[in-house]
Design a protein around this ligand. Sequence first.
Ligand code: NAD
Length: 325
Amino acid sequence: MASNSVKTTLKKEKIAIVGSGLIGRSWAMLFAGAGYNVVLYDIKDEQVTSALSDIKIQLEAVKKSGMLRGTLSVNEQFNLISGSNDLEKTITGAKHIQECVPENLDLKKSVFKNLDKYADESAVISSSTSCLAPSLFTEELPKREQCIVCHPVNPPYYVPLMEVIPSRWTQKNVVERTKELMTEIGQVPVLIKKELPGFALNRIQYAIIGECWRLVQDGVMSAEDVDKVMTAGLGPRYAFLGPFEVMHLNAEGMQNYIDRYASSMKSVSADFGPVPTFDGAALNEIVKDMNSQIPLDKLEERHQWRDARLLGLAKLKKDMDVEQK
Ligand SMILES: NC(=O)c1ccc[n+]([C@@H]2O[C@H](COP(=O)([O-])OP(=O)(O)OC[C@H]3O[C@@H](n4cnc5c(N)ncnc54)[C@H](O)[C@@H]3O)[C@@H](O)[C@H]2O)c1
């Protein structure tokens, strides 16, 4: 995350954000924190208005928590962000365009057609899509070599990973510039070298969910206890180390880990069942268990609880200077 010790310089370049919902607002805060001029566009005027007032509140809240990015004040950062209802003006002259419209392939295609029309020849045209491969909505575009996916993780202000996914025709230089920009604004980019469904984070997440589901479905554990396996077991460790480093440290290096544990890993992995269908009795049991732990009318309260903990963890990581290499 952007360090508070290095003075943030005001950048001359413009960043365009298209779609000012949950993720568009987060992008605006990330770029303003690094000193960029941000123009926030939405098809609905009222979304832009509410995004701007929400961003002000969020910036004040992160300032209060000691996690405001960069060295500019809340007002200086907020003043870098402006709203727009004119797509052409928003896009023209932007060095980086970040699309944040709802996850729908036809919508992404039509929005990208317009971004392609108005974008400068040197602009990077990036999508926040959570699972659509960039070639699905850029193939027909004249500026398809400038298009890429840069997928954030919610909430991006505290969870810095950015999955960067080029298509076969994305220019190398666009990939490099996207990674550099993400690093500059304090995020942690990783490159997904081949287009594949779910990129990396969701593939890994779905593998975990699949096994958690089977453990409940097969009567091995309750949903509540499965969650504890993560929160009291794997989670704390993975907040600091990735699975490969865990292996490397849990033996005398990676090779030694494999020598010792490869046969167990193979036999346990071979015991995994098929992909769950996520329905039937297991679904009923998991829904019942979750609704009794966190009733639906307490979800908002629990979101705040979660965000406060993610903030605390981000702060701890910053203080311990253990950001990802
Ligand atoms: N919410 C998350 O946790 C999350 C995380 C990572 C990535 N994403 C991805 O980010 C994208 C946006 O998600 P979100 O959660 O911010 O959605 P959202 O529904 O909160 O916001 C979408 C915004 O896009 C606007 N919009 C709709 N059509 C438009 C158009 N043609 N032009 C301009 N604006 C338009 C809507 O008015 C709305 O303000 C999706 O692709 C999603 O998969 C979401």
